[in-house]
Design a protein around this ligand. Structure first.
Ligand SMILES: [Zn+2]
Length: 363
């Protein structure tokens, strides 16, 4: 094949194909919005996409997901999406994580990413992603749809997060993502091909603009029920964080990187912490059921897990940064899991977005 796949991009003022080819995006959600976002970013020449989704393809997805086929029903959405993109845009490296974002992409990976895109279907998953983006210092682009419209919002690092403005009760809602494959998913809402494609493409357009260093609107944008695009009134995301929002802690600089990855065992991790310390997971896991125990309790304390259990099997993401609490309650520190051999690694400390802002500011 001769010619340049991106020849028409080169004619656009402000377009930088090399910059897109060098960029990494973490995408949370491979449903209808995630399909369109992934497809459009790959066609645009994105270098690397990490996509997280624990769900499998259902028949009802086929009306809105351009990358899924009937033969894919029952297969993992993230894997099917990655396979489809290999055909469509072979230069884009797609890393499929068949897990929720909390177990799919670690904080060091979010920190090294140029952008995180949320294409999620629950408030709880969005709140968790907002908190992790804040910890990692990476901006979050979020999209959602409703029956005849949807919203796209950009939350830059250091500003308001998706959960700012929610009350404590709203933040505590555990509307866990439902599976499309469930026989009668209780959380299912109306959705259509045109609205999913419209909002997904809008998300991808904002993502490309951000990756190219171009501006996006300050206020969230909504496509209303009449099909009109309108800015949402109220506080813009760039404003200062809500002082009552608990999601604005930032990982400290200089977190030590351990010589083990998320395939290590609990015993191997415990070799790297003091006896008086309790390493924790973000996702939590079911504690082994002891004799006569009624219900397996969910815990985040790794000392409760079997010593031979692998961290990945307990929901620990690749390149995760784990909190380590002092068992006497006197404090907390963090440890970072190393990348596997061959995985791309960003510089420690500041996020990719902050590094880029510093570089651009120096020009
Ligand atoms: Zn917030």
């Amino acid at each position: 094949m001769t010619g340049d796949r991106f020849a028409r991009h080169a004619l656009i003022p402000g377009w930088d194909q090399k910059r897109l080819a060098g960029a990494t995006v973490v995408l949370a959600g491979a449903g209808a919005l995630g399909n369109t976002v992934a497809q459009t970013l790959a066609l645009s020449g994105l270098g690397r996409l990490v996509v997280c989704d624990p769900d499998t393809v259902a028949v009802s997805n086929l009306s809105r997901c351009p990358l899924f086929r009937a033969a894919d029903v029952g297969r993992p959405k993230a894997r099917v999406l990655a396979e489809a993109l290999t055909d469509l845009a072979p230069d884009t490296v797609v890393d499929a994580r068949e897990a929720p974002h909390l177990s799919g992409a670690g904080l060091a990976e979010l920190r090294a990413a140029d952008l995180v895109v949320g294409a999620l279907d629950s408030r709880a998953a969005r709140i968790a992603l907002a908190g992790r983006c804040t910890l990692a210092g990476t901006g979050m682009l979020d999209g959602g749809t409703h029956a005849w419209g949807g919203e796209v919002s950009w939350f830059p690092p250091g500003g308001r997060c998706w959960a700012c403005g929610l009350g404590p009760a709203e933040r505590a809602v555990q509307d866990d993502p439902w599976s499309c494959a469930a026989p009668d998913p209780a959380g299912a809402v109306g959705a259509s091909a045109p609205v999913s494609a419209l909002v997904g493409t809008w998300l991808a357009d904002f993502a490309v603009r951000l990756l190219l260093g171009l501006s996006v609107p300050d206020a969230p944008l909504r496509i209303d029920a009449a099909g009109l695009a309108v800015p949402l009134s109220g506080t813009a995301p760039r404003d200062r964080p809500d002082p009552d929002c608990p999601l604005h802690e930032r990982l400290p600089d200089g977190v030590p990187v351990l010589p083990l990855d998320h395939g290590a065992t609990v015993a191997e991790l415990l070799d790297h912490v003091d006896m008086g310390e309790e390493p924790l997971t973000w996702a939590g896991f079911s504690r082994p059921v002891r004799r006569r125990a009624a219900v397996p309790a969910v815990t985040s304390r790794l000392r409760s897990a079997p010593a031979s259990a692998r961290l990945s099997a307990l929901g620990v993401a690749p390149r995760e940064v784990l909190p380590v609490a002092r068992r006497d309650g006197s404090g907390l520190r963090y440890v970072e899991l190393a990348a596997k051999a061959g995985e791309p690694v960003g510089a420690p400390g500041e996020s990719a977005q902050e590094r880029r802002a510093t570089t651009e500011g120096a020009r």
